[in-house]
Design a binder for this molecule. Sequence first.
Ligand SMILES: [Zn+2]
Length: 173
Amino acid sequence: MNCIFKRSFQFFLSFFIILLENKNSFFSRVEKVSEVSFLNSDNDFLKYPAERFFKVSSHFNLKRVNPVTGLISPHKGIDLPMPVGTSVLSVANGTVFTARYSNIAGYFIVIHHKNRLITKYMHLFKLLVKPGQKVKKGERIGLSGNTGRTTGPHLHYEIWIGEEAIDPLTIKF
Ligand SMILES: [Zn+2]
């Protein structure tokens, strides 16, 4: 009888240890989010990379299925349809990391900001910045376009924290 009691006690003990370990990983996750909230309260970021809001035509979706190939091809940003030549703005102070042409992204820009935040702007008509250049929040960095692999004029906009793409609509600024 005593032995059974001891065993069940050990079982519950190990159960609580597992619970505590998970609790710790839960709290480190919360810390990461509050790092972003801190930035938001700072008001260092613009909500949108343009002077006015353009309705989202394609949302952030990591499980999006390509209608042509049927394969999962994640959409790591949002699509904002806008007339070709619309001013595209850097959403925060930062340094231009990339500003060049690619077959898929067209003319595109990558900007590194503080706290491992990265923003990407794709399918541009014209680049107005160069790699290494410092930019300010709200600065015009390019003109929107229809370059690369697109089905119409729009800005594809991404936000990353380090290696992880974040939905620009749910990130709080
Ligand atoms: Zn897109």
